[in-house]
Design a protein around this ligand. Structure first.
Ligand SMILES: *Cc1c(COP(=O)(O)O)cnc(C)c1O
Length: 378
């Protein structure tokens, strides 16, 4: 039995009450009271253009791919060190995924390696805010503007994170891209089990986003009386989650400040204590760049080698603590190698480094740090 799991979903206690209230409203399908409460929360608090709840961040990325009207052969530049969905959503539309390496100082996209990957087939850059840590958005927005590309922020883990640019005015992640995507999977700071959200900041896409979100129909325009018939008008899918999910999510959003405070305490504890408690392993510890105001999503260290990382993971497991590695770089994935050919494996030095040596410690809202200290010292 593990005493400290890697993750444990947090609930505020109000979730059930809101689900019962949604039942009383007499509407459990999508786009009701709680969906709107959640979407407006993001639009008001962070100034996002328009928010659409989805069943996952994966789906939000797929919805962005449909909105951009991507065609087979179009190219997207994507960091290799990320979750599968960042690439898969665009590969589904027949696009070519061009992988770029991470930075040496933290796992975000290496902005300086982007320009030589851009050609006349390139349509977009997908920037992943790794672990809620901002990419260099001044650089990314200037590159995408200069080459007339879409900028998509995969902000799956970046709720309530900010970028501090040259103007020294913190701006929320998710407010820079034409599109931004978030996750409410149970491993993220705010969750409803499985859930996500697409943010559309480019107003040109709003009418189409309503259609794609509503299974490719003009349902929204029909209900508001702008159209006479309810018809199939574009490609789309059933992207909108039920009011049950949205009610659960609302209970969490309402308590977001309290949740973030708890996580901040745990993150600070880990930063102050893990280097001493695990001094024997001499890890390189997580580095937060000065342009990032992060959200206490994760805490990691870098082992000296793959072998040392596995030793530490085993050591912790024997003490009842489940730490994990994550992101096996996509350029070296079985699926990508089946596309490009086994002999064509790229060598992205930083992505390979993080895949082999990064170790994530358990960090969840109710984590008991004293228990963690006792287990490690046992
Ligand atoms: C969690 C995560 C996803 C996937 O989110 P789901 O909601 O589980 O689909 C995608 N990208 C990144 C960077 C993530 O961290």
């Amino acid at each position: 039995m593990l005493s400290i799991p890697f993750n444990s979903p947090f609930s505020t206690g109000n979730e059930w009450q809101y689900i019962q209230d949604a039942c009383k409203e007499g509407k459990l399908a999508a786009d009701g009271k709680y969906t709107n409460k959640c979407q407006q929360f993001f639009e008001k608090k962070y100034g996002f253009g328009k928010a659409y709840l989805t069943h996952s961040c994966t789906q939000a990325l797929e919805m962005a791919a449909l909105l951009m009207d991507l065609k087979p052969g179009d190219e997207l530049i994507v960091p290799s060190y990320t979750y599968v969905s960042t690439a898969n959503a665009f590969a589904l539309r027949g696009c070519k995924i061009v992988f770029v390496d991470s930075r040496s100082d933290y796992p975000g996209i290496d902005e300086l390696q982007l320009e030589h990957l851009i050609n006349d087939k390139t349509r977009a850059i997908v920037a992943v805010h790794y672990g809620g840590i901002a990419c260099d958005m001044d650089l990314l927005t200037s590159i995408t503007k200069k080459h007339n590309l879409f900028l998509i922020e995969d902000a799956a883990a970046a709720i309530d994170s900010y970028y501090l640019g040259a103007d020294k005015n913190p701006k929320p992640l998710g407010s820079f891209g034409h599109f931004a995507t978030f996750s409410f999977h149970e491993t993220k700071n705010i969750s409803c089990g499985e859930g996500g959200m697409l943010v559309v900041n480019d107003a040109n896409f709003l009418e189409k986003a309503d259609e794609v979100w509503n299974r490719g129909t003009n349902k929204k325009a029909f209900i508001s009386g702008q159209r006479k018939k309810y018809e199939w008008v574009s490609l789309g899918s059933a992207f909108a989650p039920s009011e049950i999910n949205a009610a659960w999510l609302w209970a969490q959003l309402e308590e977001m400040d309290a949740i973030q405070e708890k996580r901040e305490k745990i993150w600070n504890w880990q930063q102050n204590n893990l280097p001493n408690l695990l001094a024997h392993y001499d890890l390189d510890w997580m580095n937060i760049p000065s342009h990032s105001i992060h959200n206490f999503h994760l805490f990691y260290g870098l082992a000296k080698s793959l072998k040392q990382r596995d030793e530490l993971l085993n050591h912790l497991r024997q003490k009842g603590i489940l730490a994990v590695f994550h992101y096996q770089s996509l350029h070296a994935s079985p699926y990508n190698l089946s596309l490009v050919g086994q002999g064509q494996r790229q060598h992205l030095i930083q992505a390979d480094k993080y895949s082999e040596r990064l170790i994530r410690f358990p960090l969840y809202t109710d984590l008991d740090t004293e228990n963690l200290r006792e287990l490690i010292s046992s």
